[in-house]
Design a protein around this ligand. Structure first.
Ligand code: IFM
Length: 474
């Protein structure tokens, strides 16, 4: 690290309030591998990944980072990193292979050990109950299009709570339900690969219901930790001042942000522009009793931020993720951000939009917004498959520093989002891993993984984050 970097790290660390949590985040399916070990059942993602053409280069999640067998080594890396908290997900099909009925003790054993090892290393566990790996038998019955999946999820949550509830510090019910609906059920680019477009709306309702029922189940089980949810948010802007771009940007803001946050935080679905009402019709008939379940008091809100979105009228190439076939049927597309540099994924590097987003959350939800963690923030960059020593990744360091700086500035006294109670920041992610439909092509980690040898090599960003963690209170 240069002298300048070291000075900048000291300055940033000095601006983190006492108790501010620094962490890293991961997800079971992206790192664990061992998909049939210890009685784990298949998930919808196992089946999706097996179908030729669904995953870039035909990459397989079967081994991923082999974390199932290397958890101790990975915890060692985290201990050295000096983080306060580790956000991981519990694999539903490991714990309840059929998605209903008997709980698999061996599956819970794995997380039981993981949590104990984390605590022994001085790292606080934040557990996500659902990070996209729906048990396959449930997916065969419609997955999130079927209301009973929400009830099954509550049962699984209760089982996890019973076994782990005395040690998990924070519970996240769902990770990014918007991604599941949009990519999985509307566009078909993620599992379960359905392209229902606006016909996917029941999956919004049922995931939200699952969240509410899981919160109730966790609390009924008497968990000692805090309970919250993680949503993906992007500030959405029209590509031009035209009435049509502005209208469609409002519609997309509803689809991406408000459909999830409004019912959870305010207990109601958002108003939609008149012209878009037919698209959201099924959500308008949701019973008040369901809304009451969805609207549970939360101890914290998890925010995943990666990029802002610019919406343009008409069909076109989606600047963010290429063009899913189904996307071409929609009357809008995502326009590019020529003013920003791009990550390896082609996502704009736009840290100031994190401040804008925090201000939007404050304006929209006010006192209804619980204390907030940024539960994911990070970037992929083109990096070699094999390395022989520490990997210079200045792009990631400046990405992380700028986003953390924006978050702290926006929420500090005098900042645009002052009043938002920002508790911490989790880097996505500890180590390079299986990036869903992009396979192993997108490396987001602080630690490089060689997927041939499973060798872990910390990148420069790892040492930067370590210096930041150490500089606090120094
Ligand atoms: O890897 C994903 C993660 O599973 C959910 N949030 C976005 C990350 C980067 O695409």
């Amino acid at each position: 690290m240069t002298v300048q970097d070291a000075v900048a790290v000291q300055a940033l660390a000095a601006r983190l309030r006492p108790g501010f949590v620094l962490g890293v985040a991961s997800a079971a399916f992206q790192i664990e591998g061992s998909l049939a070990a210890g009685g784990r059942g298949p998930s919808g993602w196992d089946a999706f990944a097996e179908k030729p053409g669904n995953i870039l280069h035909g990459h397989s999640p079967a081994v991923a980072c082999d974390h199932y067998n290397r958890a101790a080594e990975d915890i060692g890396l985290m201990r050295e990193l000096g983080i306060d908290s580790y956000r991981f997900s519990i694999s539903w099909p490991r714990v309840q292979p059929a998605g209903a009925g008997p709980v698999n003790a061996a599956g819970l054993d794995f997380y039981d050990r993981l949590i104990d090892q984390l605590l022994a290393a001085g790292i606080s566990p934040m557990a996500t109950l659902y990070h996209w790996d729906t048990p396959l038998p449930l997916e065969h019955r419609g997955g999130w299009m079927n209301r009973t999946t929400a009830e099954r999820f509550a049962e699984y949550s209760a089982a996890a709570a019973k076994r782990l509830g005395d040690r998990v510090a924070q519970w996240v019910t769902l990770n990014e339900p918007a991604s599941v609906t949009l990519n999985g059920y509307a566009l078909g680019t993620h599992a379960p690969g359905r392209d229902l477009l606006f016909g996917a709306m029941p999956s919004v309702h049922h995931q939200l219901l699952a969240h509410g029922l899981a919160v109730q189940a966790l609390r009924a089980a008497g968990v000692s930790g805090a309970v919250g949810v993680t949503n993906l948010h992007s500030p959405v802007r029209p590509a031009s001042g035209s009435a049509s771009d502005r209208l469609l940007a409002r519609v997309f803001d509803v689809m991406l942000n408000r459909l999830y946050a409004d019912p959870i935080l305010l207990g109601r679905f958002p108003k939609t522009p008149l012209i878009a009402r037919p698209w959201f019709r099924s959500l308008r008939s949701i019973p008040d009793a369901d809304l009451a379940v969805i609207h549970q008091p939360l101890d914290f809100y998890g925010l995943n931020y990666y990029y802002p979105v610019r919406v343009a009228t008409g069909r076109g190439v989606d600047s963010l993720s290429g063009t899913a076939e189904a996307m071409l049927k929609l009357p809008f597309h995502m326009a590019g951000f020529p003013e920003y540099a791009l990550t390896g994924f082609g996502w704009p590097v736009a840290p100031e939009h994190l401040g804008i987003l925090l201000r939007e959350l404050k304006d929209r939800y006010g006192a209804s917004l619980p204390p907030l963690y940024i539960t994911e923030s990070g970037a992929s960059f083109p990096e070699p498959e094999h390395v022989t020593g520490p990997l210079p990744d200045a792009g990631r360091i400046s990405y992380l520093a700028a986003h953390l700086d924006q978050a702290v500035t926006a929420t500090a006294p005098g900042g645009v989002a002052h009043g938002v109670d920002l508790l911490g920041y989790y880097v996505w992610t500890l180590m390079d891993n299986f990036e869903w439909a992009a396979g192993y092509s997108q490396r987001f980690g602080l630690v490089h993984v060689d997927f041939t040898t499973q060798r872990r090599t910390p990148k420069d960003s790892y040492y930067w984050y370590q210096a930041l963690a150490r500089a606090r209170g120094a």
